[in-house]
Design a protein around this ligand. Structure first.
Ligand SMILES: C[S@@+](CC[C@H](N)C(=O)[O-])C[C@H]1O[C@@H](n2cnc3c(N)ncnc32)[C@H](O)[C@@H]1O
Length: 268
């Protein structure tokens, strides 16, 4: 058994190829050879945690247990759940100034790849500020991230990017843990969370006025991105908007999708 002080045999190129295939086949995550060092250091912690003797033994286990909690943890460690309130604010100001005034009767929004919840809660706050009734669905592949999102508890420092007054309007201070704030019950109730792998269609979710799919396509191969964007466009109503991360410019626009401004597209 490998102790914390015993060096592990290094991740071989054969094992790295297996890791690569597992990540790509199950989640679309593309890992190029330059990532070997990063992958090795991230997975080493898990190899030790689960007391495998080597990377080889660990990757063999993963291949045979793709629905296990260990597999979810493996995927969590290959991506980042990093997010933030009011992240890439141009999207939220566009929403408030241009989109929400046109949707006074109500709006359906999907935050695909919502990580720890900051994005859907920011969307919920924007809608509340504009007094637009919103139905917000939020999804991610990571169970750990979604559990944190549903809890809706954040360190005070994480809330500093929000516009003035929003923290006190939409959060309650945690009486037990100083410096922690919890999303208000009403706001939390306006967001529904679900596990969704963006590699697979989710037709039962219906159509949306707005889809936020930000900072997840960076992990995917171009072909996976293209297929996903085609599917997202099908899930938009005519006139609906798709928002991507600002570093994820769409190279190939489906015919129905038009560029509006950076990382903002509209379906005709
Ligand atoms: C960097 S976070 C983006 C969070 C948020 N959208 C934002 O921009 O702040 C990327 C998220 O994508 C999720 N993810 C990675 N592959 C996925 C897949 N195949 N399906 C759904 N979510 C995925 C990860 O679990 C992670 O939470």
């Amino acid at each position: 058994m490998t102790g914390a002080w015993n060096p592990l045999p290094p991740l071989t190129s054969h094992d790295f190829d297996i890791v690569r295939r597992l990540a790509s086949d199950t989640c679309g995550i593309s890992l190029h050879a330059g990532k070997t060092g990063l992958v090795s250091s991230r997975l080493e912690r898990l190899v030790r945690k689960y007391r495998f003797d080597s990377f080889s033994e660990y990757v063999r286990f993963l291949g045979d247990h793709r629905s296990s909690p260990e597999f979810s943890e493996f995927i969590d460690n290959l991506t980042t759940n990093h997010s933030g309130f009011w992240r890439e604010p141009e999207h939220f100001t566009f929403l408030q100034q241009t989109v929400l005034p046109e949707r006074a009767k109500g709006i359906r929004i999907w935050s695909a790849a919502c990580a720890t919840g900051e994005e859907p809660y920011t969307l919920a706050m924007c809608c509340a500020e504009s007094r637009v009734a919103a139905s917000i669905s939020a999804s991610d592949i990571s169970r750990t991230a979604l559990t944190a999102a549903m809890r809706g508890e954040y360190d005070e420092a994480r809330l500093s990017a929000l516009p003035a007054g929003w923290r006190n309007r939409y959060f309650e201070q945690d009486r037990v843990t100083p410096g922690h704030w919890r999303v208000s019950t009403t706001l939390r109730a306006s967001v529904r969370f679900a596990i969704v792998n963006l590699l697979h269609p989710v037709v039962e979710a219906g159509t949306f006025d707005i889809i936020f799919c930000r900072n997840v396509m960076i992990y995917f191969e171009q072909l996976t991105r293209d297929v996903l964007v085609d599917r997202l466009v099908q899930q938009l109503v005519p006139g609906g908007y798709l928002f991507t991360g600002h570093s994820e410019t769409l190279l190939r626009l489906p015919p129905a999708l038009h560029y509006v401004q950076p990382a903002t597209y509209r379906k005709s």
